[in-house]
Design a protein around this ligand. Structure first.
Ligand SMILES: *Cc1c(COP(=O)(O)O)cnc(C)c1O
Ligand SMILES: [Zn+2]
Length: 500
């Protein structure tokens, strides 16, 4: 639909203008800093930052009802810059002009209701939101679209040039960073640091394919993160980890999309997501808060963060009910099939502490919960989901396992409807599925395969067949006939098929 064809009250808002006054605000000392420079931590006290729009209250001049209409009509536009996360431009990055927006197809991922069998098994009505259907096959693209649009904006305004974008990664950040950076080459080049042998072959292939410089580092993600942090302090590089507050801003789109998907009724909704570096839960909480403050949604949904027993620092922190007695202690991680969340010292922990407190306070009750699940539960639920029409990654399995546990603990009510985040595509983690099907997990994973969930290919090669086709060597007429007949018979016998 063309802008001129929209109803009168929408027309003036349908194409967002460059507006707002954006600053970094330190969560430690409260100081604010301009965005002309790339900042990751407070120059004054070293704490992490969040991005605030000093003119945010101006958005409240438009009613929640009108905002809902604006976003719904805006979906009918065919302008690429408004097709992804910047559909919510006023909330995501209002100072970024549309010409600077990098859109590679991210956002607006499908929300798929589970079939009745799976809902019954889980004991809850729920939907998967398939963030694996983003361009690099994980939710990280939401944040990267925001971070790279901002960098593009700085380049266009000649604030920076020849950017080297750098990140540490459990696999998906680097895939996403390399993809978005490559779109802006030659102005932006990228380098990624990965823990050696701690990312899947599929994830490793992604930044290589996008042309990034890929470095494998001994240790785990937390070690890579320290190297990248040290480098970003000493050298002229653009850090693309979620320490970069622009990432958080872009990932808030996940909450806006859920609101819009359910016609802005999130009253009985439960949002379930895995926690690694805790950037995403920060973004999701912040997103719902912003929509609530502007009256776009009229209540705040319940939020459940899930961690594996093998990487559970956030869960452990909140085990202490008395907020004053809580003390954050990083953990040493153990191998996890939810490998992208295998993080013992989450960078966004101060943001989580700040926002969870605020979210509960504004909700007027405890409204953010933390659940711990076993590795066995994670993969069993992933495989079960995928046998019922889904494409969940192991982290999607983790979210679902967390939902089931939360239901058992009565955190989730019978009337609640859950939206479970499958943060990446199943294919990225197919190696873990393979280990499950071969029952070959090393003991540290603490996973044994349930025979009912195992599936393996069957080689069909009837013993009485002397000749079978091979590449470049097709069979002759009668041999081929016999081959087709015998192979069909063998498959039919295995499947117990009746002749017609
Ligand atoms: C990064 C990632 C996570 C963890 O998200 P955080 O923002 O680091 O908490 C979970 N799942 C997948 C697939 C990821 O790539
Ligand atoms: Zn500070």
């Amino acid at each position: 639909m063309k802008p001129e064809d929209f109803p009168k009250e929408i027309k003036q808002y349908i194409i967002p203008e460059q507006r707002g006054k954006i600053v970094y605000r330190c969560l430690g000392c409260g100081l604010e800093f301009g965005i002309e420079k790339l900042l990751y931590t407070c120059p004054n006290c070293g704490q992490v930052l969040l991005i605030y729009d000093l003119q945010f209250d101006g958005l409240k001049k438009i009613s929640g009802k009108l905002w809902r209409k604006i976003f719904d009509y805006r979906r009918m536009l065919t302008i690429p810059a408004l097709k992804g996360i910047y559909l919510y431009h006023e909330f995501i990055g209002p100072v970024i002009p549309l010409e600077s927006v990098v859109y590679l197809g991210e956002g607006h991922t499908p929300v798929i209701e589970a079939n009745s069998f799976l809902q019954k098994k889980a004991g809850v009505r729920f939907f998967f939101k398939n963030d694996g259907q983003n361009p690099s096959a994980s939710f990280k693209d939401r944040g990267m679209a925001s971070a790279l649009s901002y960098i593009n904006f700085l380049i266009k305004n000649k604030h920076i040039s020849d950017v080297l974008a750098i990140c540490a990664s459990t696999g998906d950040t680097s895939a996403s960073a390399a993809l978005y950076a490559s779109f802006l080459q030659p102005h932006v080049k990228s380098a990624v640091l990965l823990p050696h042998k701690k990312v899947t072959p599929q994830q490793l292939s992604q930044p290589l394919g996008s042309g990034a410089a890929v470095f494998e580092i001994p240790g785990v993600f937390d070690d890579c993160m320290k190297v990248v942090e040290a480098m970003s302090e000493k050298y002229n590089v653009a850090l693309l980890n979620s320490k970069n507050a622009w990432r958080i801003l872009g990932q808030e789109s996940y909450s806006y999309e859920i609101a819009q998907n359910f016609e802005y009724n999130v009253k009985d909704k439960v949002i379930v997501l895995p926690i690694g570096n805790a950037g995403n839960i920060t973004a999701v909480i912040n997103g719902f808060l912003k929509f609530y403050e502007t009256g776009i949604i009229e209540s705040l949904p319940k939020i459940i963060g899930v961690q594996s027993e093998h990487a559970n620092p956030v869960y452990r922190y909140y085990l202490e009910p008395d907020a004053k007695k809580r003390k954050f202690i990083p953990v040493t991680v153990k191998p996890s099939v939810a490998q992208a969340a295998m993080i013992g010292n989450p960078v966004s922990m101060p943001r989580v502490i700040h926002l969870v407190d605020m979210y509960n306070r504004i909700s007027g009750r405890k409204n953010v919960f933390f659940i711990e699940v076993s590795e066995q539960e994670i993969i069993d639920w992933e495989l079960t989901a995928n046998r019922n029409g889904h494409i969940a990654c192991t982290h999607g399995g983790e979210s679902l396992a967390g939902l089931v546990k939360a239901k058992k603990q009565k955190i989730v009510k019978n009337t609640d409807i859950a939206v479970v985040d499958s943060t990446a595509h199943a294919l990225k983690f197919s190696g873990f599925q393979e280990m499950y099907f071969e029952n070959s997990f090393p003991p540290e994973f603490e996973i044994t395969s349930d025979p009912d969930l195992i599936n393996t290919p069957v080689l069909v090669s009837p013993k009485d067949l002397k000749k079978v086709p091979a590449p470049g060597k097709p069979l002759k007429k009668n041999d081929f006939k016999r081959f087709v007949k015998r192979v069909s018979e063998e498959i039919a016998t295995t499947l117990n098929l009746k002749t017609r």
